[in-house]
Ligand binder design. Structure first.
Ligand code: G3P
Length: 217
């Protein structure tokens, strides 16, 4: 399972990258806004740091303008994945950009039918949003399972990039289902390490060690 980091905060990406836990990065207009950085500058900085795909999202709504923006974003670095929304215009842009050899991440996916269209338009990645489905009392994880089943039925090579990850349980469930990639905020990835029995066990070991009066160094 690949881990992409869903942020435009360079320091947080660097910390995970140093541990081999950043196989890629995803950004979107909201994350660029939060970073306070220029999209081209920050995307270039991230793409130089990370070996894997770095998603940068177009903001045009018409296919021709999306393609133009996508070409500009793709020129930032060889590892840019152009992110387009799951609209009819987004699919047109996906087809043109992917046919020209660009990686394309089709985002804002909320149904298996949308995911089929993205695969047929040549998407490298489909981004189903788990948390936002959970927010409206649907089950985002059902969508991941449905897309996995349908893509496997037909051998679609588009990678399932599970997005809108809000909890460590989302990541574990995606791993069980077989999502190819999760993209997660850095704090959720770091929370995966936590277990109360680890903390309790370590405290007990430390207390007993103190009683031995020994030192290793
Ligand atoms: O990758 C998409 C992600 O940034 C959306 O997450 O939590 O805003 O639904 P969220």
């Amino acid at each position: 399972m690949k881990f992409f980091v869903d942020t435009a905060e360079v320091d947080a990406i660097a910390e995970l990258n140093d541990l081999g836990m950043a196989d890629g990065v995803t950004t979107n207009p909201s994350l660029i806004m939060k970073s306070g950085r220029d999209i081209v500058e920050v995307t270039k900085e991230i793409a130089e740091m990370i070996d894997g795909p770095v998603s940068a999202e177009v903001v045009a709504l018409k296919a021709d303008a999306m393609i133009e923006e996508g070409r500009k974003l793709a020129k930032i670095a060889d590892n840019i994945a152009v992110k387009v929304p799951l609209t009819w215009d987004g699919l047109k842009a996906c087809k043109v950009l992917s046919s020209a050899g660009n990686m394309v991440n089709v985002t804002l996916c909320f149904s298996v039918n949308q995911a089929i269209l993205a695969a047929k338009a040549g998407a490298s990645f489909i981004s189903p949003f788990i948390g936002r489905l959970d927010d409206i009392n649907l089950d985002g994880m059902d969508l991941i399972a449905d897309i996995r089943e349908v893509y496997d039925n037909y051998g679609f090579e588009t990678e399932i990039l599970a997005a809108s990850i809000r909890s460590v349980n989302h990541i574990a469930d995606c791993a069980r289902i077989g999502a190819d990639v999760i993209t997660s905020p850095p704090n959720v990835i770091k929370a995966m390490v936590k277990h109360p029995l680890t903390d309790n066990g370590l405290a007990a070991f430390m207390a007993d060690w103190e009683k031995t009066g020994q030192n290793i160094l």
